[in-house]
Ligand binder design. Structure first.
Ligand SMILES: *Cc1c(COP(=O)(O)O)cnc(C)c1O
Length: 487
């Protein structure tokens, strides 16, 4: 299982390419490139033949764990299966080979797709207008907070504070701070929901918005959300929904119908576009009518049946992304929504919630549930009962790798100690959920009988337990040739 670096496989003089015969007069490189731009020594490029290159990368790809390989129960991340038809459509030359500098009349189809996607998201969420520009959920949060600020400025006072429940994702306070607001925490109540008495104490004319995730990161629906919205609106503040958990609500609850003024979507979670490799995401923002003038430009407008990108929105917060956002992600999300249709999207939410509750029922006997209620699309367990055997949640997560599963999200949300946050998603079978539960139940047994086994896990993976912080603290991205390498 140990795969060397490609540089270590290199043998001087080996090559995997054939160049055509030169059909012009040969010239020394110095005649073609100014000498001050020329390298003094040749770059350290690996030298291999084609077979070796192919095998190297295929072997590396086999070491990878991904959603096409196995179950990926990361809570809050919605690691659902990404239908391959999305990829097929995104690779159509008409989508793949266009350029953002092309004249608008030559990209009417792309603009139409974006416009329709905006309309679908508005319909799904009960919002009045949508921008597709932000590149991720966190970026959507920041964009939304800039919109909130612009709205309050227009009312004469930008205000100072944004309230956030203590169960919130870390990006929430970060986005608030970047937008120039002060984040203030609202403690949850004993049911894991927003504590309304606590909220009332903090509500005043300095509050710009309340940022709520619904269902929240404990997988619980904020059942008092309408009352909360009324309270927040009564001091002139806005309701923001972190829509990362929209998967649980599709077709059942529209944020725009329960009092939210602005929200973000994660196309790479709810709408089944690939993520997890750091790679392009999309975090559209939806707003109600009163916030529409502040949306980022350009916006897609229609005139005489022709679509165009318009900058003619004087109150807009401006641009938040190069060009118009991550277009390929939009194509995939659009395809997914069209393939599912309204009824299909509704079944997504149903199956996601049923799967989570089934898995919760299987695990309840061995693991303590942080807030033991009917859950939405995810739930949070705690590894606290295993502390007395000297076993921590991290050990349980590492041991899961030996059983061939990706670990769930751990140590989040912060209000649950030794948290294990599990989101199965709707695309997993009963058998997969049962196999995963079996592994976790076996691990619970091992924790009691053989804690050492867990401390040293994982045992069967290509690398064992790594120092999480070493690479970040000792960043070194330069490759050194083996003879010069010091370590
Ligand atoms: C994933 C997530 C975010 C951030 O979204 P990114 O696309 O990763 O930036 C925010 N809030 C919650 C609840 C999330 O799960």
């Amino acid at each position: 299982m140990k795969e060397p670096l490609i540089f270590e496989l290199s043998k001087s003089g080996r090559k995997g390419y054939t160049l055509p015969k030169l059909d012009v007069e040969a010239k020394p490189i110095e005649d073609l490139i100014p000498s001050k731009l020329l390298r003094k020594e040749s770059p350290h490029l690996p030298e291999l033949n084609e077979t070796e290159v192919v095998r190297h990368f295929v072997r590396l790809s086999e070491l990878n764990y991904h959603v096409d390989h196995g179950f990926y129960p990361l809570g809050s991340c919605t690691m659902k299966y990404n239908p391959k038809v999305n990829e097929d459509v995104a690779r159509l030359p008409g989508f793949l080979e266009i350029h953002p500098f092309q004249p608008e009349r030559t990209v009417q189809g792309a603009l139409r797709l974006m416009k329709e996607l905006e309309e679908y998201l508005a319909e799904i969420s009960g919002m009045d207008a949508v921008t597709l520009q932000p590149a991720a959920g966190a970026h959507g949060e920041l964009t939304s907070m800039m919109i909130v600020r612009r709205y309050h400025e227009k009312q004469g006072n930008p205000r100072k504070i944004v309230l956030i429940p203590d169960s919130a994702h870390g990006t929430n306070p970060a986005s608030v701070t970047l937008a120039g607001y002060q984040a203030k925490t609202i403690k949850s109540n004993e049911r894991g929901l927003v504590n309304i008495e606590e909220l009332k104490k903090h509500l005043n004319e300095d509050v710009a918005a309340f940022m709520v995730t619904n269902p929240n990161t404990l997988g619980l629906f904020e059942s008092e959300i309408v009352k909360i919205s009324e309270l927040v609106h009564s001091v002139g503040a806005l309701m923001y929904m972190d829509g990362a958990n929209l998967n649980a609500l599709l077709g059942y609850v529209r944020p725009g119908d329960i009092g939210f003024d602005v929200m973000h979507f994660n196309l790479h979670k709810t709408f089944s576009t690939p993520h997890g490799g750091g790679g392009p995401g999309s975090g559209p923002v939806g707003v109600k009518k009163h916030l529409e003038p502040f949306l980022p430009v350009p916006r897609i407008v229609e005139k005489d049946g022709k679509l165009a990108l318009s900058y003619d929105f004087p109150d807009s917060i401006g641009k938040v992304h190069a060009f118009y956002g991550n277009f390929d992600v939009m194509v995939k999300a659009y395809t997914y929504i069209r393939m599912m249709g309204p009824d299909g999207l509704k079944r997504v939410a149903e199956a996601a919630v049923i799967n989570a509750n089934y898995l919760l029922a299987l695990l309840k006997s061995a693991y303590k549930v942080a807030y033991d209620r009917f859950c939405m699309h995810e739930f949070v367990l705690t590894g606290r009962p295993f502390k007395k055997f000297g076993v921590r949640t991290l050990d349980i997560a590492k041991r899961l790798l030996d059983y061939g599963f990706h670990a769930p999200t751990i140590y989040f949300p912060l209000i649950v100690s030794e948290a294990l946050m599990i989101e199965p998603t709707e695309t997993e079978t009963k058998e997969t959920l049962e196999a995963f539960a079996d592994a976790l139940l076996k691990i619970a047994q091992e924790a009691k009988e053989n804690p050492e086994l867990l401390h040293e896990a994982p045992h069967n993976t290509p690398v064992r337990r790594l120092n999480d912080a070493y690479a970040a603290k000792n960043l070194d991205v330069r490759w050194k040739p083996p003879e010069k390498a010091e370590d």
